[in-house]
Design a protein around this ligand. Sequence first.
Ligand code: PMM
Length: 261
Amino acid sequence: MTFILGILNVTPDSFSDGGRFDSVAEAVAEGIRLRDLGADLVDVGGESTRPGAARVSVEEEQARVIPVIRGLVAARVEVSVDTMNSSTALAAADAGASIINDVSGGLADPRMLQVIANTRLTYIASHWRGPSDSDAKYGDVVEDVRNELRYRLAEMAVYGIDPGRVILDPGLGFAKDAEHNWQLLSRLEELETLGQPLLIGASRKRFLSKWGTSPEQRDPATAVISALAAQAGAWGVRVHDVESTRRALEVQAAWKSGIAR
Ligand code: PMM
């Protein structure tokens, strides 16, 4: 089974759905809607991680996400928090989040891995090379990403983080151009040799612009990637449009098992 993480960005500047919510109640209602549509987890983010986005203060980030996480947890929605900040990770854990999703894989905040070690939560660590697009230089991108993720795992081990609760993510679009992203997707099995579950975050990203000029128009391409990622054994997919991905995963499951449930 492949998990669906439904994206709930409570940021004014995220590229695809920023600035949609005027209140905590609206954001919580949207998270519940994503769960009801089939999201296994709702991934709450308060700081746009899009390359080149302005950083917000940790206080501002927490003011955005913590009340929403509390509201979702009260409604029995499983929550992951999309943050690069250890203090936000800690506050989210206190508020009831079950997963910390860190696009920097522990590189942005030197205290993150210690917090992950202490909280014992599941940790999603992405491949990352810094906040800008300018580091997209690779020999063989799949080899390089695999080696850099392996190095992150080794660092986690230093903190005593059990690999059994670590999910890895190739970080599509983070210091990667379209060709890099497609290489990573088409050779996903090489990343699987790291022995960790994999999360794929392709939803509405610019490398899909060939199949949709606006972010929403990229949802069909995103759903196809969800199905193919599932077929390749991915642990999860992080998407904006939960419904189309849920349907795609149902079709993939029928294909794989020979039974439509
Ligand atoms: N991409 C974005 C944000 N968070 N988290 C994970 N684990 N993987 C991703 O690929 C990822 C992420 C950027 O997209 P957004 O602005 O639509 O949230």
